[in-house]
Design a protein around this ligand. Structure first.
Ligand SMILES: Cc1ncc(COP(=O)(O)O)c(C=O)c1O
Length: 452
């Protein structure tokens, strides 16, 4: 990394971290486990206030498709500022807005290219709320089906759709009438079967819920799915399950919503993870990478669903102009440079590297992923569930995350018990970086395991 120090940098001590600890709420997350003050970023690297550099496999939880300070993004932001583009215009038309929409619609899944877009408040959660409201309005029904392990955001409706109990436990009733069904997982399958059989059984549960008039689940307005569950611990939906979902949603008259907030724009080795498995959604929810690292969120949906009255989903920051500029530049760069294909190939190298460096280690339960959405589930081999699968070991994952930080790599953790070490590097990551990450992971797991 070549970025030079500037006078704006904080001093190289822990003053900032102490202030953060004292002032920010106890809902803080990443900064608890990653106690660094980041002062600069370039490409796949970030540098902290002590001068140490790290390979950033957190990358704004996948938002930084092109990494830090990419020339295409910085150039687009500079151009917007230099031309005095109005930065906040609600939903009034601007050249940046028009250019973004044109660019996005050229690369959408074919079935949505004739559709509509609604810009939302600039977070994934607000776009999920919009999708839920649109489906209810269009279908004249109130409920939704979502899946165990899902993560759709932290607002009330999005949280109602999410699986993890932690953030819901203290809240009581949330927005929306939501039923959760099992999601396929090859490792720790909810039916104890795994593989294609496990996916088939999850499909059967879904069909039963939608077709049995005594299932207890009223016909839903929508079915929400992540084509690869991210925060839930990196679980890719098998193509067979995606096809079942598509068919079952159509038969039940429910809107199929693909939440591609995390998977969208090349992350999983295809431009849209939905396309890869034949999900063919009615609504696509987008945020994170689509804004080029700036806050931007939207839904894109089939024209016939556009049953909204004016003002049905509004908000001040719908279509943040810097996000539109950075987003259009990012979409163009990802497409023109084949970064989805690159993510597929380099993601395989990362998976292979992680497996090789941890061969024979009983605490590594499963290494899985698609493209550059990769996770390793760490387990306690001494304790097993009813199917004989070792239990997740969140404490070990936390220790590995910390050890990796010491070795110069920032990773995320997620999944059940926080036991899945997650890798979401920028799509521009190169072979030498993923090899460095795999090496660091191997060392970190060995050292964390020995220290237990
Ligand atoms: C699949 C998915 N949906 C929705 C969200 C919520 O996005 P935001 O944090 O921008 O509200 C996330 C965030 O991680 C996500 O991964």
């Amino acid at each position: 990394m070549t970025t030079s120090a500037t006078s704006a940098e904080p001093p190289a001590d822990d003053l900032h971290l102490a202030r953060q600890h004292r002032r920010e709420s106890s809902a803080r997350t990443y900064s608890r486990r990653l106690p660094v003050t980041l002062v600069a970023g370039e490409g796949v690297h970030v540098r902290d206030s002590t001068g140490r550099t790290y390979v950033d496999c957190l990358a704004g939880a996948g938002a930084l498709a092109l990494g830090h300070a990419h020339p295409a993004v910085v150039g687009a932001l500079r151009a917007a500022l230099d031309t005095a583009a109005p930065l906040t215009t609600l939903d009034l038309d601007t050249p940046l807005r028009d250019a973004f929409v044109q660019t996005l619609f050229e690369v959408l899944p074919p079935s949505l290219r004739g559709g509509r877009i609604q810009f939302c408040g600039p977070t994934g959660a607000d776009a999920v709320e919009a999708a839920f409201k649109l489906a209810r309005t269009a279908m004249g029904r109130s409920g939704a089906i979502a899946f165990g392990g899902a993560y759709h955001g932290m607002t009330q409706g999005a949280l109602a759709l999410s699986g993890a109990h932690g953030p819901k436990a203290a809240l009581g009733a949330l927005g929306g009438d939501v039923q959760h069904l099992p999601f396929p997982a090859a490792y720790r399958c909810p039916f104890g079967a795994g593989g294609e059989r496990g996916a088939e059984l999850c499909g059967r549960a879904l069909r039963w819920a939608l077709t049995d008039t005594h299932s207890g689940i009223l016909p839903p307005a929508a079915i929400f799915v992540e084509p690869v569950q991210g925060e839930g611990g990196v679980h890719p939906a098998p193509a067979s399950f995606a096809r079942t979902l598509r068919g079952a949603a159509s038969e039940a008259g429910a809107v199929l919503v693909a939440d591609e907030v995390q998977t969208g724009l090349g992350r999983t080795g295809a431009l849209w993870a939905s396309d890869e498995v034949g999900l063919d959604p009615d609504v696509l929810v987008l945020s994170k990478a689509i804004g080029g690292g700036q806050p931007l969120a939207m839904i894109v949906y089939r024209d016939e669903l556009d049953a909204w009255e004016p003002g049905a989903h509004a908000g001040t920051f719908r279509g943040n102009q810097l996000g539109l500029a950075a987003g259009a530049a990012t979409i163009r760069h990802v497409v023109d440079h084949g970064l989805a294909e690159h993510a597929a190939a380099i993601g395989e190298r990362l998976l292979d590297g992680l497996r090789e460096r941890t061969t024979g280690l009983p605490v590594v339960g499963d290494v899985r992923g698609r493209g550059l959405m990769v996770g390793v589930e760490l387990v306690d081999p001494e304790r097993t569930d009813a199917d004989g699968v070792p239990l997740p070991d969140g404490a070990l994952a936390t220790a590995v995350q910390r050890a990796m930080l010491e070795l110069g790599v920032i990773v995320e953790i997620g999944g059940r018990d926080g036991a899945v070490v997650r890798f979401l590097p920028p799509l521009i990551v190169q072979a030498e970086h993923v090899d460095q990450v795999a090496n660091a992971f191997g060392k970190a797991v060995w050292s964390a395991w020995r220290a237990r």
